[in-house]
Design a protein around this ligand. Sequence first.
Ligand code: 9MR
Length: 726
Amino acid sequence: MAVISVLLLAGAAAPAAAAEVEQIVNGGFDNGTDPFWTNAGMTIGLTDGRACVDVPGGTTNRWDATVGQNDIDLVAGETYRFSFDASGDAGHVVRAVTGLSVSPYDTYFEQSPILGDWQHYEYTFTANASTTQGQVAFQVGGSPDPWRFCVDNVSLVGGVPPEVYEPDTGPRVRVNQVAYLPDGPKGATLVTAATTSLPWALRDKTGKTVARGTTVPRGVDASSGQNVHTIDFGKFRKRATGLTLVADGETSRPFDIGSQAYERLRTDALKFYYTQRSGIEIRDDLRPGYARPAGHVDVAPNQGDGDVPCQPGVCDYTLDVRGGWYDAGDHGKYVVNGGISVWELLAEYEHNRGSRRVNLSIPESGNRTPDLLDEVRWELEFLLSMQVPAGKPNAGLVHHKIHDQAWTGLPLLPHLDPQPRELHPVSTAATLNVAATAAQAARIYKKHDPAFAARALTAARTAYTAALANPALLAPESDNIGGGAYNDTKVTDDFYWAAAELYLTTGDKKYAADLLESPEHTADVFGPVAFDWASTAAAAKIDLALVPNRLPGLSSVKSQVVKGADKYLAIQRQHPYGVAYAPAGNVWDWGSSSVIANNLVVIAAAHRITGKDRYRDGLLTGLDYLFGRNALNISYVTGYGEVAAQNQHSRWYAAQLDPSLPHPPAGTLSGGPNSSIQDPVAQARLKGCTGQFCYIDDIGSWATNELTINWNAALAHLIGYVVEID
Ligand code: 9MR
């Protein structure tokens, strides 16, 4: 009787899941090797009942050498257990994929374990599409040397219960794991079920209590779904290292009070750009551990960028577009993202004077030009090279982007990329990005290189005129094969920004008139996202407010910036993690870390305009989130904080996939939580995530964990100001 009731109970509790069904035919290789297939000239040999292949060396992508099985049925929403046993010559990697066997070859799930001796691997994921053309594949290409891969007991079982991913979030007391400034505010967040105040204690590195107080219950935080309290220990102002905060029986990760880390980070965040450079060898003496040959300088297997044609039918000339920075973890170079990055770095130079002395250890260090200007010049020259030369159709307009014809896999060092490179059509937005940044450069480089400044100004004026004549050349969302689309349908902001920079540099009345007539001039542009590569009006307003000029009615621009900052401060006060960002519906944006940093840049501008402490305090409070005072208890900057992001999506900082490659350099900002979780890794682990939890430090999660030139520009500019006011 007792037994029956247990069974009944178990039956009642079990979810109404489908029966577990094996999808793989002959996964144990008991009946030969059919229906598995191979490519790259490999044949499967059976050794002790296991399937083994000799993988050729010298292929490019993981998928260039594959053992797979097709015709697998997958049902959207059903959860699968994908398992196999495998071995491989030590250190080699298998990319184990479940996906679509036909174009566009979508990946539904992937994992890339590093192989060694025989081992069992097992994963659970939920399919997000239905197909009868599914595939399980073991991708083993991309290795320079030949090696041997064996696999057995391949299984894909449908109808299993979903796995709940529990990130390791460590102690429930959340602090800025890097440092609080001695005279700055000091806030922390406690995750707890308690609804009434609790005592807290601040301990020095010997464990002695140096301050105490009580927490403030804040209820359930919308951005994380957690019940939280806040802790204010701002009255403690002594410099110290290894402090911890204790509350509700939990001890925070250690942190400092001091500013040295931020001085280091200002430099590291800017040093990020040298190893993103295309078209130049990266020197080991300048970046130990990061040396690599020059990428895309017309040395095989690279196919460019010295003489790059357009996509078929787009133009009949080629351009020399060597140089510039690779955008992100891919090898593409996109003008609108280069533009906002250059703007923010040059604004850092123009507004934060200390940045002029920063030594970036780049090949140009030691010449008479500040390193920051030399680094940004690397990108500016590329941006200028994307402008259509005089005498050609579309002269003066700027190509939107240049990248590979097809997407490549990870890892892949830049100089090993074999894809043809192509120029994509010109666009109004790209043209205005060149107009804005070349005009800004004309002002800022004049003292160091008047000839370059004059060339930049000519390019800027030409671009602006060309954009006025072609105001609706919009980059489409569909242009996303082999590179990102960077589609942008609204360009009134880019017109405003270009006019602002041209006006600030030249004082010409015609640019002032365009500014005053623009709908952006009176619009409140300080929404949830103050500015980014797509929305640039706030960048224009910040520069108009901070660079001396005589624009009629300038005070209203300044007060708009200050009011924008007031909005972000109001959001921050409500936020128990001190975040000045509240996206509509709690849908966190792609690259949220940089959105948060840029909202803080608006607060920094307000501080510069008004000198009022509340902006300084808001700015410093806002930093804490990026460095660990968050739901995941992680610092989003590599090398800063006890637990920090380190597996950002990159084809060359791909240590997670190939232990012989490095992690991203210290000072690299991760994109951070993105509610839309577009990539398969995030979809497998984070489905249903709330705001701050929509993040995973996995190299496969390109939607939550990439690195980019515009995101690091936000970090560098922000930290530049923090160092400036300390
Ligand atoms: O940062 C970009 C984000 O704002 C867009 O929503 C997304 C989709 O278009 O693209 C992001 O940019 C990626 C680019 O397209 C390709 N290089 C990597 C960029 C960062 O993920």
